[in-house]
Write a protein that binds this ligand. Sequence first.
Ligand code: SF4
Ligand code: SF4
Length: 501
Amino acid sequence: MTFCTRNHYEESVAIRDVKLKAAEEGFKTIIDKVIPARCMTEAKAAVVGGGPAGLAAAYFLQGYGIGTTIFERENEPGGVVRHVIPDFRIGSSAIERDIEIVKNTGAEFIMGTKISSVDELKEKGYKYIVIASGAWKHGELDIKSEKRVNALDFLASYKKDEKKIHLGRNVAVIGGGNTAMDAARAAKRLRGVKKVSIVYRRTAMFMPAEEEELRLAMEDGVIFRELLQPISHEEGKLLCSVMTLGERDASGRRSPIPTGETVMIPADTLIEAVGENVDSDLFTDNNIFVDHKGRAITCRKSYETNIKGVYVAGDARCGPRTVVEAIADARRVADHIAFREGLCKSNDLQKNKRDTDRLRLKKGKLVFCESPEKESERCLECGVLCENCVDVCPNRANISVHVAGSSSPQIIHIDDLCNECGNCSTFCPWTGAPYKDKFTYFSREKDLNESKNSGFFDMGNGRFKVRLEGKVFTSSLDPSDKKLPKEVAEMIKAARNSIPI
Ligand code: SF4
Ligand code: SF4
């Protein structure tokens, strides 16, 4: 999600303030209450990696009463947060406190142990294995350079002993992600460094770093050099090709195109921050299916791999992301494991129905921010119920329907009513385009043929023309008609009950 739905009413939920308040003042209140959970099952879980995702997975699993062991290759847990993220971003005491909370749950920590075999863990009696080993593989710049250092290596050295680092007067950081911002801000703090530039081939607007991180880097005096693509680095100078922005590429960002011009930037050292990747060896060595990027292919809902009981969470699943996202992954994995063990009723349809009713009542009311303690009450819980595209469509071309077997309402788009104004896209907190992405009801066969949307046309006599993932076919709603997945058949049934077809 990219922005808060509350913003459409009065002002966004001040999530960061709430989290900061909880992190700074909540520790003493909760630490004594976190006690080893009673084991609720004989099944044990092993977590590979003691970074944010691994620690969070152990915390949630222990909370469910599932005995969990964390295996970490380093001698201390904390992963990228402890070993890479600079102290000026997260202090060691905050990391220690989080680890203490996890230890208090009764989770076992085995440090200095590298895990390379899932089968060995299974033989040791672990029924569930959560791979949370992070994304540590360095991306590399394809240019010649007289002095370069990888951003993760640089940040790790900076954290160990910044006095031993000598980068010269001018430093150029190549990349536009959060790691690039951290590296630039750390370099700016080094003795002897006068100028730090971030060199990026698109404009700052398209940098993958969080907006907050960009702002902090600017405040620290880091120079942003946009639309530059490094070519070579010698004699303290970085030669760059000047770029311009062209059409949008597959990532949705406008692609950089060379203008034919070049510029020189003073740079004694280059710091490469061109993306960290997942090391896929652990997956391939254990017969876990991977995609073309070497990332494990996992179930969209549970993050379970093709090997039953083996899950992937955090950066190891999707590459570098935020700590919050790593924790969200861990939560999902733990919920699924607990559900398998009969310890969690997350599929409780009745509860979700109650949530839906409660959340709809929250909509349309102005509630201003009073204090961090009360702030969470303003949250509309868009992850449970969004329906923004329904609320903002001037033509009522998106409807919310209850679909049998689905725990939350689903959106059906009505092709006939849509004039492609794009409003639903503007207001979608998931940066979606509901009028293109949502399962669509077509009232004319010709419209289905001319559209690219997944959806259906009612041909009569119980037959439907359906487009799914680009493929068009005809089908009935009969379960014996294997072409139509059950959940899609239920969507069509729900649409027929809600739209006067
Ligand atoms: S879930 Fe809450 S905080 Fe998040 S976007 Fe919705 S209203 Fe804002
Ligand atoms: S694009 Fe279509 S569905 Fe979206 S708000 Fe406009 S009319 Fe409604």
